[in-house]
Write a protein that binds this ligand. Structure first.
Ligand code: URA
Ligand code: SF4
Length: 231
């Protein structure tokens, strides 16, 4: 797919401006792996398969978000995926339907995936840093992402993706366990437990900040190139 086709595919033609692709930088600070305290719950989750995980999030009451959710949203996609995309948390439509990124942000995410010849469910798995909807579309609190972390950690372990892409700040911070500023952290590969990780903007942010779509376009090109290098 060339640039013109990509732009068309994303429905973003007039908004995008092609810039120089970002230089790939390696050797960023490695993720502090294994810093979570291993309590009984974490240990139990770390031994679960997909079916058990699904049931465990459905039954989970480890944080306040369980009180307001309609249903927990574990994730969706190809269990043999090379690509793992991680968002923030379910919104109203996701809470209703039990699948991540099915609302407005999801439409843009699907378009972004299509731009690099990817498709939900095919070589792609989509998850969130918290599995239950934060009320009023607020960002998840650190205590909530921490409580939910063992589920995402297990998903990564089961999937063994070749590349992780985080969408927005909470996802990046959850995986890297450090404060992240997207504008500074994008355009390079980070490391999560030996898996390359790329940080980009959240689709909901892009919908509100059209000029930054150009940067997201650069990020898409960068992630595609990175994956090509991994194969
Ligand atoms: N935003 C997210 O971060 N995740 C979703 O699943 C939907 C919207
Ligand atoms: Fe449990 Fe995560 Fe839902 Fe909190 S957000 S109740 S930790 S599944």
């Amino acid at each position: 797919m060339n640039k013109e086709q990509m732009l068309k595919e994303m429905g973003l033609g007039p908004i995008w401006k092609l810039r120089q692709p970002p230089k790939k930088k390696r050797g960023e600070a490695a993720a502090p792996v294994g810093e979570q305290p291993v309590d009984a719950r974490t240990a139990a989750i770390a031994a679960m398969g997909w079916d058990e995980l699904k049931q465990a999030v459905a039954d989970c009451t480890a944080c306040e978000l369980c009180k307001t959710r309609k249903q927990a949203v574990l994730g969706v996609g190809d269990l043999n995926a090379d690509w793992l995309f991680v968002g923030e948390g379910p919104g109203a439509e996701e809470d209703e339907r039990g699948e991540p990124f099915v609302g407005q942000s999801g439409k843009l995410l699907d378009a972004m995936l299509a731009a690099i010849d990817l498709k939900r469910g095919k070589d792609v798995y989509i998850a969130n840093s918290v599995k239950c909807r934060p009320p009023d579309n607020r960002a998840p609190e650190p205590g909530e992402t921490a409580a939910c972390w063992p589920f995402l950690a297990r998903q990564v372990e089961l999937l063994k993706p070749k590349l992780i892409v985080t969408l927005g700040r909470p996802a990046a911070q959850t995986l890297l366990q450090q404060d992240v500023k997207i504008s500074a952290a994008r355009g390079m590969t980070h490391d999560f437990a030996g898996i390359p990780l790329i940080i980009t903007y959240h689709p909901a942010y892009l919908l509100r900040n059209l000029p930054d779509k150009a940067k997201a376009w650069e990020d898409l090109c960068f992630m595609r190139k990175t994956m090509q290098g991994l194969r």
